[in-house]
Ligand binder design. Sequence first.
Ligand SMILES: [Zn+2]
Ligand SMILES: [Zn+2]
Length: 317
Amino acid sequence: MSTRVANEVSRRQFLISSGVAVAAACLTPPRLFAQKGLVEIALKESATAKVTVQELRRNISVLLGPGGNIAVLTGQDGKLLVDAEVVSARPNVTAALASINADPIKQLINTHWHFDHTGGNDWLHQAGASILAHENTRKRLSVATRVEGWVYTFPAAPAGAIPTAVFQDEHTVHFNGSTLALKHYAPAHTDSDISVHFTEADVLHTGDTFWNREYPFIDYSTGGSIDGQIRAAEANLAKASATTVVIPGHGAVGGKSDLTLFRDVLIEAREKVARLKKQGRTVEEVISAKPTAPYDAEWGQGFQSPKSFLGWVYQGV
Ligand SMILES: [Zn+2]
Ligand SMILES: [Zn+2]
């Protein structure tokens, strides 16, 4: 399966990142488990990481690559993309888009401001796309923005990368005969997260409010929190039916049962970590207690090691 290839690539990539996180462990909190070097490694590795195409429903496909998953809607209006990958993935994203068909790229929607979802904004804009996002995505991209969790300050994005249309709470897009319902989450993974629901096909892109069988990154620097991430997981569950196809920010395409599992893992981790913290345990002691042990082997293989994830949870309880 093509999906499998993409997962293996990202696994390899982020195992390297985990090593970097360990190297940063001598720093003092809250940077203790910060992922110094992760952005640089992602930029380097994304230049060669595979991008595969998986067909979903109607005229919707998903591109699975090194960064955030891209949804692609095709038709007579041209291509509409949800998210834009890491900038260095451009050659492989270009090839993947061309493999679907030759339709021009006309519209881009960003699920949030992070570099692995907006990195391609500038070149996609130059290729013909208008960019739509939440107003906080425009705000974050317009100025230099620090992410403590990655020990990295992103410079202001180039003019072409800035969304030209923004909204606050919800917005509807009509494109290629499809209705797209866009909805802002209360601050969750960041303060700029939106969901995109392709209504007729019942395909839901959650951005980074859902990671399928991977521990999530939580960006406290730009409004994220474990409690917000849990609230967003509940909101996703409320939107999904048993037949909804769900595109996570990272990981394989899933469904309602995967959303339920993600929500349950977050809640369990939050409860256990909060209890230990209340007992006066330090973050190192919480990590040593392995409160997420049953999930670590699988869920810690992605973007976030169990250690990093527990660090983000500890910070917010
Ligand atoms: Zn992401
Ligand atoms: Zn993100």
